[in-house]
Design a protein around this ligand. Structure first.
Ligand code: NAD
Ligand code: G6P
Ligand code: MN
Length: 441
């Protein structure tokens, strides 16, 4: 059996140890020859890599392991890139969240002005990684979950149309786990779903068990009462702020009781509520730095000090097994049904063909085959057209170095109340992102 070589780009990510443990747990499904970590922050990566080297030595010493900041070393002779970089790291996420809030506007990692600012940083960095892969391993596949995935996906569609890139998000998976638990199923894998939307901007229209029985009515009823709050807590989305988001899904679903929504729609439907319940001094970036980042780096340092991972608190990121499913689908032509972010091209029949949409796809060795979701209603169509235009304008702004288009993008975002506020936010974001954004004209 062929063994695969994988480069994890963003080796210093807080998610890297959980993903390595998950890969180790799935070796019989996806045998691995080597794992390489690549990051542009040598120091940050060193802590995560130091711990992962020990974990690998203890659990699977036959797997070759490299940590590097050299693209040639990182991208030569590999089958997959798993990319989860954060351009500008948490320091810039904090600014993405706090600058809009200062202007009374939602400050969020991937939605509204914060997501736009993050997109302007990510596009170039992700394209550079794709180019590294194509230079050194032209047959490899690029599995991207670097955010903001909607904007990154549009950039890859427009600027690297022939590259082997799959864009994926874990939010539907996380929500489906909660749905399964709400109706007493063991696993989300017992469900087959119909879904359409943009990334972080979509709706489930059908949910069936493997025998074809309709599960949506039960799930709709749960969501209309409790949102996605269930007795089983999500391991990945466990903080209080995530619980609030899952509860708020109840109000989001009220807009279209026939379907059940992605949690991120709350930022577009209830921005006033969101701002009123935000603290401009302490945002999610602070929560993550004090929580996940401190925990993961603390555990990694302990492993390095002790020279063993024997009693480490790091856990398998079980939910991230979707990444193994995706790699397996490509490697073994499994034809697994998965939600991916792909060019619409008729999957939503009454929607612009060149927009990157999130829909179920059958994934095999040649990539994804999107499944037709048919016509969508006027409400969703209107929302999606506006949001897709924002995302396309950001990519055009980046490509053409146009501050005019970036101002248009910010103005068009539902979350921003006026062109004046958009302009004020743009000035602050531009100042904060010097050295990360292209120089705008
Ligand atoms: P993190 O800051 O801990 O890790 C990101 C790493 O990327 C850092 O070590 C950083 O140095 C590195 N990096 C930044 N720019 C780089 C570049 N140009 N080249 C190489 N490395 C670079 O962040 P995190 O919280 O662990 O999240 C990582 C990423 O995964 C983020 O983009 C996050 O939004 C994304 N994410 C996506 C999903 C999804 O659903 N698609 C789910 C979870 C996380
Ligand atoms: C979900 C989304 C990701 C996002 C993450 C934020 O998983 O799908 O796209 O990055 O939440 O989580 P955090 O814990 O960093 O706020
Ligand atoms: Mn996501």
């Amino acid at each position: 059996m062929k063994k695969f070589s994988i480069t994890i780009a963003g080796g210093g990510s807080t998610f890297t140890p959980g993903i390595v443990l998950m890969l180790l747990d799935n070796l019989e499904k996806l045998p691995i020859d080597q794992i390489k970590f690549f990051d542009n922050d040598k120091e940050r990566q060193k802590t995560i890599a130091g711990a992962c080297r020990i974990i690998l030595n203890e659990k699977a010493p036959e797997i070759r392991f490299t940590e590097t900041t050299d693209p040639a070393e990182a991208f030569t002779d590999i089958d997959f890139v798993m990319a989860h970089i954060r351009s500008g790291k948490y320091a810039m996420r904090e600014k993405d969240e706090k600058i809009p809030l200062k202007h009374g506007v939602v400050g969020q990692e991937t939605c509204g002005p914060g997501g736009i600012a993050y997109g302007m940083r990510s596009i170039g960095d992700v394209l550079e990684l794709v180019d590294f892969m194509e230079t050194y391993s032209p047959d490899a596949w690029f599995l991207n979950y670097s955010n903001p995935a909607a904007i990154v996906a549009e950039a890859t569609r427009k600027l690297r149309p022939n590259s082997k890139i799959l864009n994926i998000c874990d939010m539907p998976i996380g929500i489906e786990e909660l749905m399964a638990s709400a109706i007493g199923l063991e696993s989300r894998k017992e469900m087959e779903v119909d879904y359409y939307g943009l990334n972080h901007f979509g709706w489930w229209t059908g949910i069936r068990d493997k025998e074809g029985n309709d599960l949506l009515p039960q799930i709709r009823e749960h969501v209309s009462k409790f949102g996605y709050v269930t007795e089983d807590q999500s391991l990945q989305h466990a903080d209080a702020s995530w619980n609030n988001t899952f509860a708020k899904a109840k109000d989001v679903q009220a807009l279209d009781p026939e379907t059940v929504p992605n949690t991120y729609l709350k930022y577009y439907f209830y921005p006033d509520y969101e701002v009123a319940h935000s603290n401009p001094e302490v945002t999610r970036a602070n929560e993550v730095m004090e929580g996940r980042e401190t925990f993961v780096f603390g555990e990694c340092r302990k492993i390095i000090e002790n020279g063993t991972a024997a009693d480490s608190g790091l856990h398998i990121d079980e939910h991230a097994s979707y990444i193994v499913d995706l790699a397996r689908a490509i490697a073994y032509n499994t034809k697994e049904r998965m939600l991916l972010i792909v060019e619409n091209n008729g999957a939503i029949s009454n929607f612009e063909p060149t927009t990157m949409v999130e829909v179920p796809c059958i994934v095999g060795s040649n990539g994804p085959e999107p499944l037709v979701q048919g016509e969508i209603p006027r409400f969703q169509k209107g929302l999606m057209e506006q949001q897709a235009a924002v995302e396309k304008l950001v990519v055009e702004a980046w490509d053409e170095k146009s501050s005019q288009k970036l101002w248009q993008a910010l103005t068009l975002s539902r979350i921003v109340p006026s062109a004046q506020v958009a302009k004020d936010i743009l000035e602050d974001l531009q100042e904060a992102n010097k050295g990360y954004w292209p120089e705008l004209r």
